[in-house]
Ligand binder design. Structure first.
Ligand code: ADP
Length: 396
């Protein structure tokens, strides 16, 4: 069966077409600048990429173009749209109700619309993407795969915030957690490599957005992102966790509105906020190596917070079998992995830099130093494949 995976953003739509019999990606691509001056990029393994301007007023026009490209006599990889057996949609937020990957009908769309208030950035484009795909492909099942659903196994003590309980009841303010599909994927890979079913694993998804998750036996027990993807470790442009009183203090001092304050914490903080150089880890490392003090400070803070979370999750789980690095920084940057793992030998974490620093980008590998108590892995994430797999399992 062939499964189309769709990830709709506010002005973009990413797609991948999988052949589930071989696990191969037949084609993938991206519609960008939807509603502005559309651009489409279409890639097929081993063939030249196709990139062109396109008239893309909305998500519906974008998915229509994707289907046209997939079935095109020259650029296509299938002869007929009917070859697509189902569509898997990446949805960031499934709220409290959508706790596992689900076939999307009217009730599910209605529920997703009801939680837009707690997911204002990613909710509307995801819903619009699903509706567009359903209208263009009405004869196949559409499956929602939610970033939050991996965290449905967390206990109340991990997801209820210590604020008046009525606010949870009234507004559903709780820890939801994000990047769940990625954590689920790399955690499952690590369990396979460990050959241990009840393994205690910490997965570090370190990219533009970063989150760290603790899992026992493939079930999440805690995660660093919370009510929104703003909580946790510092990121490219997000602050991560700060003393909450800083927020109201800055608002009063600088005369900022709630929206302006959110923007400061979301887009002007983290690596870019401290370094003043860039939100991209590579640029900040380069500036640090060239002697820029604030870039070094930004990296030091990042590593400091990541270590603190790792330590706290080992305490929560009373031990650790494996530490896993993934995403843009985690799976590509041996220097950052080294900085994080340095001086964690008391906790059993020691890596072999002969392997770690020489690892080619995006390679799945074990980087544990011989004799270390905890095993450490670098595992490239593959959220799209996980979405395709969930979709396939649900519809086959
Ligand atoms: P997103 O959260 O947008 O999916 P990614 O997972 O692609 O982000 O991660 C982007 C981050 O990964 C950037 O900070 C970038 O500097 C970093 N990154 C990507 N490739 C490399 C690399 N080869 N070496 C070091 N860092 C990298």
């Amino acid at each position: 069966m062939k499964i189309l995976v769709v990830n709709a953003g506010s002005s973009s739509l990413k797609y991948q077409l999988f052949d589930m019999d071989s696990g191969e990606v037949l084609a993938k691509g991206l519609c960008e600048r939807i509603g502005i001056d559309g651009v489409v990029t279409h890639k097929r393994p081993g063939k030249e990429n196709y990139k062109a301007q396109a008239d893309l007023p909305d998500h519906k026009a974008s998915i229509e173009l994707v289907l046209k490209l997939l079935t095109d006599s020259e650029l296509g990889v299938i002869s007929n749209v009917d070859e697509i057996g189902a569509v898997g949609h990446r949805v960031a937020h499934g709220g409290e109700k959508l706790r596992k990957s689900t076939i999307i009908g009217d009730d599910e769309i209605e529920y997703l619309e009801s939680i837009v208030e707690i997911n204002p950035l990613h909710g509307p484009p995801a819903i619009s993407g699903i509706k567009a795909c359903k209208s263009v492909m009405p004869n196949v099942k559409h499956v929602g795969v939610f970033d939050t659903s991996y965290y449905s196994t967390m206990e109340e003590k991990a997801y209820i915030y210590p604020i008046p309980y009525e606010l949870y009841e009234k507004y559903k303010i709780r820890r939801y957690g994000f990047h769940g599909t990625s954590h689920r994927f790399v955690c499952a890979k690590a369990m396979e490599m460990l050959g241990k079913k009840d393994a205690r694993i910490i997965t570090c998804h370190l990219g533009n957005g970063s989150s760290i998750t603790a899992s026992i036996g493939g079930k999440a027990v805690d995660t660093s992102m919370g009510f929104t993807p703003q909580e946790g470790v510092p990121m490219g442009t997000r602050s991560g966790t700060v003393d909450p009183t800083i927020v109201t203090y800055i608002m009063k001092k600088e005369g900022l509105s709630p929206d302006e304050m959110e923007k400061l914490l979301n887009s002007k903080s983290g690596l870019i906020g401290v370094s003043g150089v860039s939100s991209d880890c590579r640029d900040v490392l380069e500036a640090q190596n060239a002697g820029d003090k604030r870039s070094k400070l930004a990296m030091d803070i990042l590593i400091h917070y990541i270590k603190k979370i790792i330590g706290s999750y080992i305490a929560e789980m009373n031990g650790l079998d494996a530490l896993v690095f993934t995403a843009g920084i985690g799976e590509n940057d041996g220097a950052v992995r080294d900085m994080i793992c340095k001086d964690l030998s008391y906790l059993g974490i020691e890596i072999d830099n002969d392997i770690n620093l020489k690892l080619p980008r995006g390679t799945q590998a074990e980087i544990t130093k011989a004799g270390a108590r905890v095993r450490t892995f670098s595992i490239p994430t593959n959220e799209e494949y996980m979405i395709a797999l969930d979709t396939y399992e649900l519809v086959k």
